[in-house]
Design a protein. Structure first.
Length: 404
């Protein structure tokens, strides 16, 4: 047998010869294209902190909980440094009912007596947090649970609710006044994923129930996070619900600040948290529909998740009094649920519902399941997570998305 290579058959002269066409980028296999498109995002976010507020129906749907845990672990494997802050309102309300303890709200905030506070701590730190930690750790030894009490991570002062311009005592509900991120950062430096329950130590030595949205915002600012992501029960900030299902796709901090006084209670803490975060150095904040599987990954790695994105204000031009050396603009942010002097009042059913000029909208947005046109200003919340198990949603861009 000869060692020569076989001679190729002669080409049929009737058939014109042409090389195989080069595969265009659009012809690449979908999985390869997904990886290639993610590369710029992976480069941008490597070693960057991303704070995720986990709430809404995703917290009570077992499949969505497992999907969320996989997504958070995927972020960690991709080189990001995720931190989870969770709510737990439905679970708290359910246990209060079982214990025959009163469930009461004032100006959208849960009245937190010492007995209720015991339940809040038990449910948030002893059940909800442990569930999330367990789901994440099914993929490896990553998650470590802690509360805002631990190592003085979150320090709060007691706050009232505001009703008709007057302060009303609502018990052990607090506003965060100081964040010590060292413990969270040390866990991140060791490759761990902190899972934080929104309970804080008070300056007076007490323990306070904290809004989960605002806890996530404060922690994101203290960590100098690249992004803050709020996973909730609505498609985003609706521009003109119920007349339209348009979602405000993108708006600046200034545009959001102008809209805040008209927002009803359920959306206030989320949007207030986004505003505070971008005003305090977080590069971008998002409100995403947590009922959509993998919306977190879509936003972080492609920017294609539907929802509302809040970005910092652009620099002022020199002729507008800005430019180098100009003083930074200080935002006056209305506290959650307030309607006293300087506080944002929940929008009434007849209040005008228009988006700020210059905002971008997405038409045809998904209507949240079980949406209602009539608001019930009772966003049961814990740790003040705007949550009401079985409570109708006011899903306006100016309304409440009962989350948790």
């Amino acid at each position: 047998m000869s060692g020569r290579a076989p001679v190729p058959a002669p080409r049929d002269p009737a058939k014109p010869h042409s090389p195989a066409p080069a595969r265009r980028p659009a012809d690449r296999p979908p999985r390869a294209r997904t990886v290639i498109e993610a590369l710029p995002w992976l480069e941008r976010f490597r070693d960057k902190a991303v704070v995720i507020k986990f709430g809404g129906n995703a917290m009570v749907d077992e499949e969505l909980k497992r999907a969320f845990a996989r997504d958070v672990v995927s972020l960690r494997y991709a080189g990001l440094r995720p931190v989870v802050v969770h709510g737990g309102g439905p679970q708290i309300s359910a246990l209060l009912d079982r214990l025959d303890l009163e469930v009461r709200f004032t100006a959208g905030l849960r009245v937190t007596t010492p007995e209720v506070m015991d339940v809040v701590r038990m449910v948030l730190a002893g059940r909800v947090q442990r569930d999330i930690v367990g789901l994440i750790n099914a993929h490896g030894p990553f998650a470590v649970g802690l509360t805002g009490e631990d190592a003085h991570t979150l320090t709060a002062v007691r706050r009232p609710a505001w009703v008709d311009g007057e302060p009303v005592d609502i018990g052990l509900v607090g506003d965060i006044v100081r964040v010590d991120p060292d413990t969270v950062r040390a866990l991140m430096d060791r490759g761990r994923i902190p899972v934080v329950s929104p309970v804080a130590r008070g300056e007076d030595g007490g323990i306070y129930n904290i809004n989960a949205d605002l806890a996530a915002s404060a922690l994101a600012s203290a960590l100098d996070a690249e992004r803050l992501v709020m996973l909730t029960d609505v498609a985003g900030l609706y521009a003109n619900w119920p007349d339209s299902t348009e979602v405000v796709e993108r708006l600046t901090a200034g545009e959001l600040e102008a809209m805040l006084p008209g927002l009803a209670s359920g959306m206030v803490p989320k949007m207030e948290g986004c505003l505070r975060a971008v005003r305090e150095g977080v590069r971008m904040a998002h409100v995403l529909d947590g009922r959509v599987p993998h919306s977190l990954l879509l936003e972080v790695f492609t920017g294609e998740a539907t929802g509302t994105t809040v970005v910092p204000d652009p620099p002022n031009p020199p002729d507008a009094g800005g430019g180098p050396g100009a003083p930074a603009r200080v935002a006056t942010v209305p506290p959650l649920g307030g309607d006293g002097p300087g506080h944002g009042r929940a929008a009434s059913a007849g209040a005008p519902r228009t988006a700020a000029a210059g905002t971008r909208h997405t038409s045809g947005a998904r209507q949240a399941a079980g949406g209602h046109g009539t608001a019930e200003t009772r966003p049961a919340a814990d740790g003040q997570d705007t949550t009401g198990a079985g409570v109708p949603d006011d899903r306006t861009g100016t309304g409440a998305g009962h989350d948790g």
